[in-house]
Design a protein around this ligand. Structure first.
Ligand code: TXA
Ligand code: MG
Length: 355
């Protein structure tokens, strides 16, 4: 166990020469591991040039060594020190979407710690768009490798309290700057193949990418259980609450509600405590029907506004653990825009279980 420092930064703080930023940047430069907010989820940062610092990330997370990390940069000028060749398509994507929730896979130049890239010749790069992340990257003046700041297998953290629950006592510090905005991780786009391939759907949708660079493919592993994923991280069960989770699909929203309700009744009648992952609309449907039953209803945002679902998703997934439910039914969402990322994470949490 180590003593984990906990700092709070409020939105009214000036970040230039902020004592927390200076202290956290110094820890990173000394090879320590610090958790910080990004616009997607909290990240667990360490110097991407230090093998020993990166080893501490894998240790703290319990992360499999074959799963490479994303290198976070302050700006475009740092790219030439890390990547062998910057494809023209990367320049266009950087201009259009960064800083922002897009990760680009390119051929590396071999200067990043080998454990950060899990020995791959390629490297994942991202320019996060959060004032605290940017201030920290600028002050540290280093490429910072940062996976999501959760124990491997748990939902990614969208608050500093989630990070604390998973990693208190095993990292040097946590910067708390409130809940993150996007709520699901960056889109991972592989630029080492033509056409580029989305390895992990995220906040930047396929539709948005195609508007800038034309054809974009989806890793077949995202839609078929048969293919092996090209992004090592996508092969693990992930984002999982303690209880088994089932995705419930249907022909329409009304059909989904009916199926979830029927599944819940069946389990309640056999004495189970049931969790339902829904939205505000679904909650209004189930709550009167399931009053006084042993059911925990968690609502993520609104079905009419999928970004609000993404923002709340991991927090609600985590809260089922505190309620000790036996089984969880999660409503399916449309596979478009950020809905593709939501469904991808739910599929991982379900380990493929659908009904
Ligand atoms: O939004 C995000 O991307 C967050 C915040 C903290 O920036 N980070 C994040 O990192 O989600 P992590 O480590 O949880 O996920 C990184 C994903 C994994 O699926 C990993 O396999 C993939 O990126 N990845 C990293 N380097 C890769 C490479 N060279 N080739 C293919 N996939 C790679
Ligand atoms: Mg992760």
């Amino acid at each position: 166990m180590i003593q984990t420092k906990y700092w709070t930064i409020t939105s009214s703080d000036s970040l230039d020469y902020h004592p927390t930023i200076i202290e956290a940047a110094q820890l990173l430069r000394r090879g320590e591991v610090v958790a910080f907010p990004t616009e997607t989820v909290y990240g667990l940062g360490a110097s991407a040039r230090s093998y020993d610092a990166i080893a501490k990330i894998f240790q703290a997370k319990g992360r499999p060594a074959d799963n490479p990390l994303i290198v976070h940069l302050y700006d475009r000028t740092q790219l030439d020190d890390i990547v062998a060749v910057i494809p023209e398509i990367a320049e266009r994507l950087i201009a259009a979407f960064t800083p922002g929730p897009l990760t680009l896979i390119m051929a590396g130049n071999g200067t990043i710690a080998t454990n950060a890239t899990a020995g791959l010749a390629s490297v994942a790069i991202r320019f996060p768009d959060h004032p605290v992340a940017r201030a920290l990257l600028k002050a540290a003046a280093l490429p910072i490798a940062a996976p999501s700041a959760n124990r491997s297998g748990h939902p990614s953290p969208t608050t500093a309290q989630h990070v604390q629950a998973d990693l208190d006592g095993s990292i040097a510090g946590i910067i708390d700057a409130g809940a993150t905005g996007v709520g699901v991780e960056s889109t991972v786009l592989d630029l080492t193949t033509s056409p580029p391939v989305v390895l992990r759907p995220g906040a930047i949708s396929i539709e948005e990418l195609q508007a800038v660079i034309g054809t974009v493919a989806l890793d077949p592993a995202l839609t078929s259980a048969q293919s092996a994923p090209r992004s090592p991280g996508m092969k693990y069960r992930h984002y999982a609450p303690d209880a088994p989770l089932w995705i419930v699909a249907g022909d329409s929203t009304a059909d989904i509600y009916e199926r979830v309700h029927a599944a819940a009744i069946e389990q309640l009648n056999s004495g189970k405590r049931v969790g339902i992952l829904t939205t505000a609309e679904g909650q209004a449907y189930y709550a009167p029907k399931l009053m006084a039953r042993d059911v925990v209803i968690e609502a993520c945002g609104s079905r009419d506004d999928l970004p609000t679902v993404a923002r709340a998703l991991y927090d609600r997934l985590r809260s089922f653990n505190a309620h000790k439910v036996d089984i969880i039914f999660a409503e399916a969402f449309p596979n478009e825009g950020i809905g593709l990322a939501i469904m991808n994470r739910l599929d991982k949490a379900a380990g493929g279980r659908r009904r």
